[in-house]
Design a protein around this ligand. Sequence first.
Ligand SMILES: Cc1ncc(COP(=O)(O)O)c(C=O)c1O
Length: 492
Amino acid sequence: MSKAFKPATKLSLDDLNKNIIDAEYAIRGPIPTKAEELEFQLNTSAVNKDLPFNNVVYASIGNPQQLDQKPLTFSRQVISILQYPDLIKQREVLISSGLYNDDAFDRANRLFSQIGKSIGAYSGTQGIYGIRETVARFISKRDGFPSDPNDIFLTDGASKAATYLLSILCQNKSTGVLIPIPQYPLYTASITMYNATMLPYYLDEETNWSTNAEEIEKTVVESIANGVIPRVIVVINPGNPTGAVLSFDTIAKIFKIAAKYGIVVLADEVYQNNIYYKDVEFHSMKKVLRTLQRDHQGYENVQLASLHSTSKGVFGECGQRGGYMEITGFTDEVRQVITKLASISICSVVTGQALVDLMVDPPQPGEDSYELDKNERLTIHNNMKERGFLLYETFSKLEGIQCQKPQGAMYLFPALLLPQKALEEAKRLNLLPDEFYCLRLLETTGICTVPGSGFGQAEGTWHVRTTFLAPGTQWIKDWETFHKRFYDQYRD
Ligand SMILES: Cc1ncc(COP(=O)(O)O)c(C=O)c1O
């Protein structure tokens, strides 16, 4: 007689990888999840629509095209031809109808010659060589120092590149990863997933979120004394969520520490084109490193990985997952491991690769699309700048909120000076004070933001992170009205 068969129980969380369970990514955390529920409620007739607002404003994520930013015409013309090559047979008709520009066909043909038969085929692991050559030319021109296509990896956005590197470099809890606080939560989440130790270095809010090299070195020395080897330093420039842009000197000081202690530098430069003021300049970490190597001894062993993405800038093509990583100074054996890891995912999305080409090589003067493309880029850039400034000015007038002027990126990270009564109410609801503020803001106005606690903040301070991408100005007025009422309600 066979024994009675008892079906196996379902998996519980105890059966899963604890590091993944513990990883947190606030940008898709409880407040944005709540926002999606409210949006569903607004859009679904069967559910009670009784909410004090008509739409949800996603100021929680740097996702420009979700917020009505139009894709650049030239890029989409080229991508559409790559996706549907039969359009080439209709080239003359499409040009004379005004739907396509001539140079879009030229670019698509050039890309076809580099991609091979179809954009639907896998590419080599590092990405299409011709596109990597174009990226290397862009970097050489930007920095005034040569770049080699063999050092470029085309990746699914910058996120994939960051996780490749961190997964390789994090051995166990004795690997330390220096990250700025506040930071973009990809980094805290990855450190948790790869079971390494987070080594926070705090940015100075009072001086517009500046980076203090002495503070970094102090953290490094303490960490070594505690048996944790600082292996990587993450630098986000321009900063998310702070909008701060690093000076040449500050970057040079970071490299001095990297050279002294043998720390790999991971430069997240996805906002390099989001700079809003003439007196603020973006210096790539690659350029600073090459300058130091040219002018000084002691920097030859520094290892750098620089990331860029098609998701930001004026491109905003977040969903297409284009990006690249340039690696500098790694040994051949380490490069081979990076390549092997990338090969396990076969290749990055090939449309994303084509978009990288379009990002780094826009239409030039004299080409058909030049004027339109230039104007579209300028309009998007100016809109962001104006909205960022309006939001900053609005916050600057309000009681109980302190905001630094954004130099770059797409975000503001104002401090909330919350009254005691609001702190008590948050506690009663079992929420952190900044979560409480963001939840109230969402439930009252439909504006979805992310609490500062998701990015890290100095102890005892509370912040809110907002993008300045949402169109129009009404949401900014709504936020102002909400904030004043909130303060009136909870003022001590
Ligand atoms: C600093 C930073 N790095 C990386 C990313 C991820 O970008 P991607 O879409 O290229 O993966 C973001 C997205 O917001 C970001 O803010």
